[in-house]
Ligand binder design. Structure first.
Ligand code: GLN
Length: 494
C-alpha cells in the first residue's frame, strides 16, 4: 500500500485527484506519523488534529460533489508558529505569547485554507525567528532527523525537520536573514525565499519588517513552486506588498526538470570563494556547479564587493527593527502578564513581563537595536548600515546585468551539534553569511540539496533578480534533476 507520508505534494495531488487516496486518509497518515516520531524530532509546538480531520473531510465531500478544487486541495501542510492562525495557538516559540490564540488568520493562511490545504499544526522555531538553530525556542529545540544530536537550522527548524521526518509534505517558513533557506540546507530539503513583497506579511508576527518574507518549504523544487503559487500575490492589507503579476513559478520548475539550461548564465560570487566555508561544503558546491555546466549553463565570475559587509549591516538593521516591533509585547495587549497585583505601576508590570517573557537572544537583539537607534548613535550605526544596504543592492543590480542568477553554498557549514554555537553569538550569526545579502537586496533565493559532507546535507543557493522568482525555480529544478533528492536515514524510534 502507498505510504502517503513518503509522497511529494505533486504526487499526493495526483492521487487525490484520481480518487485513489482521500484527503482524510492522507491527513490521518501524517497525523499518525507525527504521533510516532515527533517525540524524537519535536518539529511541532501544536498539532491541530481534530480540525485537520474535519477540514480533510470537507475537502473529500467537496470533491465528491464535483466542486472545482485547486491542485493542492487535500494536501497537508505545517505552519511556522510565527504566522497568525485564527483560534489556534500562535506563540512565536516565546513564553510572552503563551496561550495566545489570534482572532484572525494571516493572509497566507486564508490563501492556504482557500486552496483546500489541510493545516496539521504549528512548527517550532527560534523565539520570534531570531536564531539559526531552533535552540532559542522557549519550548525546547527541534532535532535534525539526519542526526538527532544536531540542530535542524533556524529559525524555521521545525518547518524543515517536519519535512525531513515525513511528518508533512509541505510547510511554511519565514526568511528575514536565511530562516527558510538555512534550515532547508541542513535538513536536505528545499526552502525558497520569494521576492520581498511578493508574499504578504499581514498576520506574520513582525521581526524586521523591511526584511521578513514568508515562503514555501518542501522536499522537491516543484512542490515548493506549487505552494509558492498558492501564497504569492498582491495583498492590499500589507503596505509593502507588490502589485504585480506573480511569475509562473510552477511552469519554470517543470521546465527546469527537463534538465536543459542552455544559455543560462550562473554568476559565481568572487568574494564568497571559500570564505568561511567548510571544505566538504565547498566540494559539494563545486561539484554541483559542474553538474549545472553539463546541463548547458555557463559560469561567469562576478564581484560583489559589499557582500562581506552584509552580516554586520544586517545585525544592526534587523535588531533595530526588532526593538521597535517587539515593543508591542507589553503585558497589556497579548499573552503573558507578570506582577499585576494592584500595587505595581504599569511600567513595573511591563518591565517584569518583558523580563520573564523574553529569552536571552531576543533580549540581546532588543538591547542592540535600542542602542543603534538612540539619538547620537543613529547615524553612526543604523544610518550607516542602511547605506551599506544600498551598496549591496547595487552589487546585485550590476551582477544581474552580466548573469541570470548568482549561486553559492546556502550556509558555510553542515548541521552542527547542539550547544556548539550558543556561547558565542557571532558563531551563530555566521550561519547566515551567504543568505543575508539577498534579504538586504529584496530578491528571491532558493536552497536546493546538493549532496552530503560528512554524511550530512549541503545546500546550494540560487539567487535571482527581484520579481524573477521563476528563474531560481528553473535552475533549482534542473539541479535536482541532475543530483536527485536526499533521503535521510530512517529514524530510530526505540
Ligand atoms: N539567523 C538569522 C537571525 O538570527 C535569520 C533569522 C530569520 O531569517 N528569521 O536573525
Amino acid at each position: 500500500m502507498t505510504d502517503a507520508t513518503r509522497l511529494t505534494a505533486a504526487d499526493l495531488s495526483r492521487h487525490l485527484g484520481s480518487g485513489d487516496l482521500s484527503a482524510e486518509e492522507v491527513t490521518r497518515a501524517h497525523l499518525d506519523r507525527i504521533a510516532e516520531v515527533d517525540g524524537k524530532v519535536h518539529a511541532f509546538l501544536h498539532v491541530d488534529g481534530d480540525n485537520a480531520i474535519q477540514k480533510a473531510r470537507d475537502i473529500d465531500r467537496a470533491r465528491a460533489a464535483g466542486e472545482e478544487l485547486g491542485p493542492l486541495a487535500g494536501v497537508p501542510i505545517a505552519i511556522k508558529d510565527v504566522i497568525a492562525t485564527k483560534g489556534v495557538p500562535t506563540t512565536c516559540a516565546s513564553k510572552i505569547l503563551e496561550g495566545w490564540r489570534p482572532p484572525y488568520d494571516a493572509t497566507l493562511m486564508e490563501r492556504i485554507n482557500g486552496a483546500g490545504m489541510v493545516m496539521l499544526g504549528k512548527t517550532n522555531m527560534d523565539e520570534f525567528a531570531m536564531g539559526s538553530s531552533t535552540e532559542y525556542s522557549a519550548y525546547g529545540p527541534t532535532n535534525n532527523p539526519w542526526d538527532l544530536g544536531r540542530i535542524p537550522g533556524g529559525s524555521g527548524g521545525g518547518s524543515a525537520a517536519a519535512l525531513a521526518a515525513y511528518e508533512a509534505p509541505l510547510s511554511i517558513g519565514t526568511d528575514t536573514g536565511g530562516s527558510i533557506r538555512q534550515p532547508g540546507a541542513v535538513t536536505g530539503t528545499v526552502g525558497a525565499k520569494p521576492t520581498y513583497g511578493g508574499t504578504s506579511r499581514y498576520g506574520l508576527v513582525a521581526f524586521s519588517s523591511s526584511l521578513d518574507t514568508p515562503g514555501p518549504c518542501a522536499r522537491t523544487v516543484e512542490d515548493a513552486a506549487l505552494l509558492h503559487a498558492v501564497i504569492a500575490g498582491h495583498d492590499p492589507r500589507d503596505s509593502t506588498s507588490i502589485d504585480a503579476p506573480v511569475p509562473d513559478v510552477v511552469a519554470a520548475a517543470r521546465q527546469g526538470k527537463t534538465g536543459d539550461l542552455t544559455g543560462v548564465k550562473l554568476g559565481l560570487v568572487k568574494e564568497f570563494a571559500g570564505e568561511g566555508a567548510e571544505p566538504g561544503v565547498m566540494a559539494a558546491f563545486r561539484d554541483s556547479v559542474d553538474a549545472l555546466v553539463k546541463l548547458g549553463a555557463e559560469v561567469v565570475e562576478v564581484s560583489c564587493p559589499h557582500f562581506l559587509y552584509a552580516l554586520p549591516a544586517y545585525y544592526l538593521i534587523a535588531p533595530s527593527e526588532c526593538s521597535s516591533n517587539l515593543a508591542r509585547f507589553d503585558g497589556v495587549r497579548y499573552g503573558l502578564r507578570v506582577g499585576d497585583d494592584g500595587n505595581r505601576s504599569l511600567e513595573e508590570v511591563m518591565s517584569l513581563t518583558r523580563e520573564a517573557g523574553f529569552g536571552p537572544e531576543v533580549k540581546r537583539r532588543i538591547i542592540i537595536g535600542t542602542y543603534a537607534l538612540s539619538s547620537g548613535y543613529y547615524d553612526a550605526y543604523y544610518g550607516q548600515a542602511q547605506k551599506v544596504r544600498t551598496l549591496i543592492t547595487r552589487d546585485f543590480t550590476s551582477a544581474f546585468e552580466k548573469v541570470d542568477v548568482l549561486v553559492s553554498p546556502t550556509t558555510p557549514f553542515v548541521a552542527f551539534p547542539f550547544g556548539s554555537r550558543t556561547s558565542d553569538p557571532y558563531q551563530m550569526y555566521l550561519a547566515d553569511l551567504y543568505t543575508i545579502p539577498t534579504n538586504l537586496y529584496g530578491g528571491p533565493a532558493i536552497s536546493v540539496p546538493c549532496g552530503l559532507s560528512e554524511g550530512l546535507p549541503v545546500g546550494f543557493q540560487i539567487m535571482a533578480p527581484t520579481l524573477a522568482d521563476d528563474r531560481m525555480y528553473r535552475v533549482g529544478a534542473a539541479l535536482e534533476s541532475a543530483l536527485g533528492t536526499l533521503t535521510p536515514p530512517e529514524l530510530e524510534l526505540s
